[in-house]
Design a binder for this molecule. Sequence first.
Ligand SMILES: Nc1nc2c(ncn2[C@@H]2O[C@H](COP(=O)(O)OP(=O)(O)OP(=O)(O)O)[C@@H](O)[C@H]2O)c(=O)[nH]1
Length: 528
Amino acid sequence: MPAPTALLSRLRLVQEAWRRYRDVPSLERFVELAVGVNSFAEFLRHSQATALCHAAHELEQAVLALFDPGVAHPLPETAMTELARHLAALTAQVEAQVKAAAGRPERRQGLTSGDVPAAAPQDWLIGHASERWCALMEQLAHFGSPLRFLRWDDDLPETGASLLLVDLRSLPLPEWRARLAQLRASQPGSRILCLEVRSDFEELHAALAGGADHCLLEGTPLYVLVERILELRQREEPEAGRVLIVEDSRTAGELIRRTLAENAIACEIVQDPRETLPALRRFNPDLVLMDMYMPGCTGVELSRMIRQHPQFLSVPIVYLSAETNVALQVDAMRLGGDHFLTKPFNPVFLNALVRTQIERYRAMRRTMHHDSLTGLLNHTSGKSTLEVLLANLPAEKTGLSVVMLDIDHFKQVNDRYGHPVGDQVIRSLSWLLRQRLRRSDLLCRYGGEEFLIALPHTTPQQAFTIMDRIREDFARVRHPYRDSFFQTTASGGIAGFPTYETADALIQAADEALYEAKRSGRNRLVLA
Ligand SMILES: Nc1nc2c(ncn2[C@@H]2O[C@H](COP(=O)(O)OP(=O)(O)OP(=O)(O)O)[C@@H](O)[C@H]2O)c(=O)[nH]1
């Protein structure tokens, strides 16, 4: 959920754009309003503010329907009234949300290594019998996301929930429909996740149309439920997108930069095509927006040059040009481009296209660099990230610790409970690490049941204290197996920079310490 101050200040921008349009109802001011509304809707979409997002979307749709050169300004009275009504509805939702947030205690943020989060449940599970959800609630409590169980007839706490889980099977269909609609209306800032939804058209449709943000189907395994809920709880603010604009006209480049800045997209402008490759290396953009015709070089020629570099093979390239010849456009895309936008561009469309392309590119990069079982960095990316961390250290003159952590007797876990349960144990250690360590720490699944962790600005002794608490807590986790549970442990080795200077030396020293921890009895950490 976005911070109330950010929410209010972004709403004020939209209100201001509306006021400016009403004062001087020109096309130019209407474009400003459309861009502002679109930007606010995108902001809400990315911050998972469900009900607000819906209200903003209604306003956005109403504005975009009028965003047409054929529509005269000032708008007819009926259209003005309609827009004012949508804006008032959105304003009311935002204000209700800000009020609810004022009564809610601050959530854990920027957890420092080793801090155990204050475990006050701010997520609710609404159902009939809590016993049915014991295993889910216990698992979530282990991983720092405790739930508060409420019965349908209980009064809802005034603080409001961040995430609201609803057990649909605990009520008959006509009744849960009404209850879900009531919940949606009374909890505009909560994300609602319906549990045990039947995979049939009627039930899914009723749940989603009734206000659910997500549905988990009947029979979903426990670990998938836990994983989904943790993922929703921990969803991070997306990193701002980066766009390289290659455009010889300073004015045109600046206009694009300002349009994209409305959606918090950072841009670097290159006017001379010869500067493109160095800028790509330096700025590492998520997308290149390129003019089609520049002095000395066309966009197509430049794209082909970019594509000769393996590291830039998949970065999306979008051409901007007044060119309307379809044959030329098709050719331009065949030769290295991904999209074609004709000038003068519609700013809302430009933003939407750029965002979608960036998201796809990032999703593709994630699958390349992350392990599919745990979502942590994979072996190759983990090692190269450690090298980058080390390369940046000398300037800061601070230490860094590397930990190799390995689940004990893991072969026995697989042999006794089966490979899928073994996978689940690997996942749970990754959840615990994610929950306890900082965003700036490196977390990598190095091999089967072995993890590589790097803690910048942390001495080996501090790393020992942090990791030892995680080791103890991991030993307490009860892994479900059929109608029972089992527990397991992990061992680790720790080495520090500058005693060990390179990534290879750190990993080797931590690995040797891990071997020593295993040799001397397991369920312990050893310093190199
Ligand atoms: N379930 C599961 N098992 C894996 C995965 N990757 C590796 N393994 C298994 O993990 C086990 C690791 O066993 P070993 O390296 O012999 O070590 P261990 O049994 O954990 O014993 P110690 O490390 O000495 O405590 C092997 O049986 C691998 O098949 C995986 O992704 N999932």
